[in-house]
Design a protein around this ligand. Structure first.
Ligand code: NAD
Length: 544
């Protein structure tokens, strides 16, 4: 009998473990790194709880050592995707009517498992498969993933508590129905936490999901999928489909039961999925919920009153941690000409102090970019800057793919504020800087606002607080996550709900209640306690 009204207050954020040498967490992590490095995992599709080894395989390799195979994954074809839709719709019959507190319990159990027994496994897989160092894995695959599970439960409890007032002799209430179909979760390579959250936030609200993981995040995503089962998630609620995004996207958006898309990735991919949904609109049970967080061209705007050491730290860490492969990574900076030499010197000093290399050597701060396509794209941008008459490489600029996909932290300085790398997303460790005349900061803020189609993150550095206010106002639509005297990256669940508008997505803010709201279609119910019988009761002025 489930009749308790359970309070789920806002949780504390999962602490990030220090992983100092000799600590229990470090010993567990190193053991897992060795085990996973020396194992080749067979990754199946999971449909209705059953594993499918299709025989159509491809390999997962280490970005820092691309000749080293970590796993082989089995790709789904049309038949398996259709089976997954059926399995999801079948599971939906029970899951959509399962008490939400039971769904919450499974989410909280996931957080508990990930915080403890699954932590080293998922962190090690994220490090090896996605090229992250310990800290970057800890903040993503352990801490942020746990935070999503726990905060979403608390946010959901607030949504379910949003009830109307009662009219006289009536009981009114809102019922938050899950969507009438399945949700397709198409997930990116760069955050294990995002991959998990894109499935589990709709699932918490009573939906069923088809999960299309990124081929370059499959190792960690496969462990996450197994962890869901360990936490008691029923079969068929999440169906795991390695394979071609194009094929899976096409079949899902053609389905009558396509009810939602939860996407994070590039703007181009999101646009193609949205277009496909639009083409099939007449075929759906309901208008689908389309939620996407996409690309960015995130900026740091430095006012002449800013503190140079703080700017240098923000620029270096904001642009180069995880090799610049965060959607929020700083990738363009506007800086007063007078301050630039000092900031650049400080950044060069930081670059000289950090090491680049594999993820099993924990002294490496910088690792490799995700794959060959990414390496080629980034190195081509560096070569183009080297050959340009309006840009020059002032830091880094070397790359080497002999062992892994290594690109040095690179700074391009440009005299053209609309130079291509000031406008287009590169998604790698490349920061482009436009030094401006100190007196022209207001004109330059306007440039910053108008330069790129994106609107994801940005920050302003200034000691002059009124200038901060003015710049914040002028850049009102330039970023969905805006930072004052901080780098434009590092959003924390529960503190800075994340997402942007313009070409950066639908701004539904993962890590906040707004996102969860997209996965329900509310029904308003009125119950009349004293049904009227006199048709003239509301018309007292009519003479009878
Ligand atoms: P991507 O668009 O290449 O891939 C994302 C997912 O879409 C993957 O699972 C991929 O297999 C799938 N996919 C690719 N082509 C498809 C198609 N035609 N149809 C259906 N699915 C398809 O992006 P990525 O390289 O994994 O991630 C990097 C991008 O993600 C960057 O643009 C980055 O800014 C963005 N990102 C944004 C946020 C955010 O919150 N705004 C967060 C993380 C990443």
């Amino acid at each position: 009998m489930n009749n308790a009204i359970i309070d789920f207050p806002l949780p504390a954020n999962e602490p990030v473990k220090a992983c100092l040498e000799g600590s229990p967490e470090r010993i567990a992590l190193d053991e897992e790194l060795e085990r996973q490095y020396n194992t080749v995992v067979e990754i199946p599709a999971v449909i209705g709880g059953k594993e499918f080894f299709t025989g159509n395989t491809a390999e997962v390799t280490c970005p820092t050592e691309h000749g080293h195979v970590l796993a082989r994954y089995h790709m789904v074809g049309e038949k398996e995707v259709k089976m997954a839709i059926e399995a999801a719709m079948d599971a939906r019959k029970t899951w959509s009517r399962t008490p939400w507190t039971t769904r919450a319990a499974i989410n909280l159990k996931c957080a508990e498992l990930l915080s403890t027994t699954w932590r080293a496994r998922v962190n090690a897989a994220t490090m090896l498969g996605q090229g992250k160092n310990i800290y970057q894995a800890e903040i993503d695959s352990a801490a942020e993933t746990c935070d999503f599970f726990r905060y979403n439960v608390s946010f959901a409890s607030r949504i379910y508590a949003m009830q109307p007032k009662d009219a006289k002799n009536c009981i009114d209430h809102n019922e938050f129905r899950p969507l009438e179909g399945f949700v397709l979760a198409v997930t990116p390579f760069n955050f294990t936490s995002i991959a998990s959250n894109l499935c589990m936030s709709p699932v918490l609200m009573g939906n069923v999901a088809l999960w299309k993981p990124s081929r370059t995040a499959l190792l960690s995503n496969w462990y996450i999928m197994q962890m869901y089962k360990d936490a008691g998630l029923p079969d068929g609620v999440v169906n795991f489909l390695p394979g071609s995004g194009e094929l899976i996207g096409k079949i899902c958006t053609e389905s009558h039961y396509f009810a939602g898309l939860h996407f994070t990735g590039s703007t181009a991919t999101f646009n193609s999925l949205w277009a496909s949904a639009t083409r099939n609109l007449a075929n759906y049970v309901s208008y689908p919920r389309i939620v996407g967080e996409t690309g960015g061209k995130d900026f740091i705007f430095v006012h002449p009153s800013a503190d140079a050491p703080a700017v240098a730290h923000a620029a270096f860490t904001g642009a180069f941690e995880y090799q610049g492969q965060k959607c929020s990574a700083a990738s363009r900076m506007y800086i007063p000409r007078s301050m630039w030499p000092e900031v650049l010197d400080r950044m060069k000093k930081m670059a000289s102090e950090v090491k680049m290399g594999g993820v099993r050597d924990h002294d490496n701060y910088i690792n490799a970019v995700i794959d060959g396509a990414s390496f080629d794209r980034i190195s081509a941008r560096i070569d183009a800057a080297r050959a340009s008459s309006v840009a020059r490489i002032v830091m880094g600029g070397n790359y080497d793919k002999s062992v892994g996909w290594f690109v040095e932290p690179t700074v391009i300085e440009t005299a053209d504020p609309k130079y291509s790398t000031m406008v287009e997303e590169i998604f790698g460790p490349v920061l482009t800087v436009y030094p401006y005349e100190d007196a022209e900061w207001e004109e330059t803020v306007k440039l910053c606002d108008e330069t790129s189609p994106y609107g994801l993150t940005g920050s302003v550095f200034a000691k002059d607080r009124l200038a901060c206010e003015k710049i914040s106002d002028m850049l009102c639509y330039a970023a969905g996550n805006f930072y004052i005297n901080d780098r434009p990256t590092g959003a924390v669940v529960g503190c800075q709900p994340f997402g942007g508008a313009r070409a950066s997505g639908t701004d539904d803010k993962a890590g906040g209640p707004f996102n969860l709201f997209r996965w329900v279609c509310p029904r308003s119910i009125k119950e009349t306690l004293v049904p009227p019988t006199d048709i003239f009761a509301a018309y007292p002025y009519i003479k009878r």
